[in-house]
Design a protein around this ligand. Sequence first.
Ligand SMILES: [Zn+2]
Length: 242
Amino acid sequence: MQGESLEKETPEQVYRRVFQELKPRTAPPPILVQYRSFANVNSFIEFKEGRLLVRISDLLRQAPDSVHEALAWILLCKLFRRRIPGRHKDRYRRYLNKGEVVQAVEKLRHERGRKPILPPAGEHHDLLRIFDELNFRFFHGLMSQPVIGWSRAESRHILGHYDSAHNAIVLSRILDREEAPAFVVEYVMYHEMLHLRHPVERRAGRRCIHTPEFRKAEEEFPALKQAKKWMETVLWRLSARR
Ligand SMILES: [Zn+2]
């Protein structure tokens, strides 16, 4: 939120300013910054038709100003074959390693990959039975059943997601194993059912996925703390199968 009372720089102005710091004796060319829906977080910079064209992954649209500043340094230093200042490199890398950013990237890859899901009855957990139980326990049995299944990939970053376009709840197959306690699978399913119940809202121009109402409802899950703890610890020690 800092600096919002001041006039906010446009992305082009940020690139122009960094350009001038790197090349104080060169007049900056016209600069155009575009967001593109790449399948990953790659960004590109090039001189094209007398302009400096910057194409940034749309995954960075919500990134804070300091991250855009860091990316401007990285891209322009690469363009001019200069050493990238460590603080900018670090800031950018730290942002990309944040849980929610990693998740967004993986979700996008998943969506663009569009692999069919596996049936809900897994080797160790039956997602349909879990859905029915939770529906009865928390939603008075009133939630209509979406498409439910296991993902093909064993993602640790995205344990579940609700795809509103396909009305589907998909859980990561990494949870379909003996070591995954039922309360963890139930919690992930419950979380995704809440997404079905509390659609994404826009608040102050930002996408708000986990609204306060969502969080409040989530607290009603008795083993919430244990489930989260398991995800933060045991999950990362599971070895990949096959
Ligand atoms: Zn969620």
